[in-house]
Design a binder for this molecule. Structure first.
Ligand code: MG
Length: 258
């Protein structure tokens, strides 16, 4: 059952999402060869505390950290620890924040020092695929249209999308209905409506789509050990089109309550 959110609720989520994206930018600045994933986790936790937000992932089904830090062939849900980042690694940084009971969730993949052109290209195409989906998020479109936007862009560049994990509705909980798969077919699944708030999060692999979960029960890796990239933003579907909730309201103020 998908809950539709009011404009006031979206504004609260906008505050949560802005803190997440600001913190991701801070983490990106600190992502250099020699830093550990645990140090990045502590920076995220400290910035959330300073900004008066609560971590959304810490303790979620027992997850032990503020940040998910997923390196190279790790797709998502990597647990921060003693791992030292090396020149040429790529790292997916993913976390959520809670402000006044509402959630924001976002992720980006960051280069550690200089990375290969192949890694750069994978990150670029994955981020583009997220934006293709966001541009599709108008009332009347279907969830399959969003997934198709991601998948078709990734496949066109020779990549695959992860199918075992999806984006999700978000609001008073981190994960709400509906699921937001990163594949089509277009024209299928639930119709988008104004008031839906969705975390869209393509996970794109350089090799095959198949993944497995490590014995730590969290870290998802590519089965063939190929590189994987992950980008995520939380959006609200409004009557006028998509609002990326970490950005200012993009439509004329005069129509905001329409
Ligand atoms: Mg998410």
């Amino acid at each position: 059952m998908t809950t539709l959110r009011s404009f006031a609720e979206m504004e609260t989520m906008h505050r949560a999402c802005s803190i997440v994206v600001e913190t991701l930018a801070l983490l990106a600045e600190h992502t250099k060869p020699g830093i550990t994933t645990k140090e990045l986790d502590l920076i995220a936790a400290e910035n959330l505390r300073k900004r008066g937000a609560k971590p959304a992932f810490l303790g979620y089904h027992g997850f032990p950290a503020t940040l998910c830090a997923s390196v190279n062939d790790e797709v998502v849900h990597g647990i921060p620890g003693k791992r030292v980042l090396l020149e040429g690694d790529i790292i997916g940084l993913d976390f959520g924040a809670i402000v006044d009971g509402y959630y924001g969730d976002a992720a980006r993949t960051v280069a550690v020092g200089n990375v290969s052109p192949a890694a750069e290209r994978l990150m670029k195409v994955t981020e583009e695929s997220l934006h293709r989906a966001i541009e599709t998020a108008y009332p009347g479109k279907r969830l399959g249209d969003l997934g198709h936007a991601v998948e078709s862009h990734a496949v066109k560049h020779g990549y695959t999308v992860v199918r075992e994990l999806s984006g999700h509705g978000i609001g008073r909980n981190l994960h709400e209905d509906p699921q937001v798969p990163n594949y089509g077919p277009p024209g299928k699944r639930a119709r988008l409506e104004a008031g839906m708030c969705l975390a869209i999060e393509p996970m794109v692999n350089e090799g095959a789509a198949a993944t497995r979960t490590l014995p730590d029960k969290w870290t998802v890796v590519t089965e063939d050990k190929s590189l994987s990239a992950h980008y995520e933003l939380t959006i609200a579907v409004t009557e006028h089109g998509p609002w990326v909730l970490s950005e200012p309201y993009p439509f004329a103020q005069s129509v905001r309550h329409a």
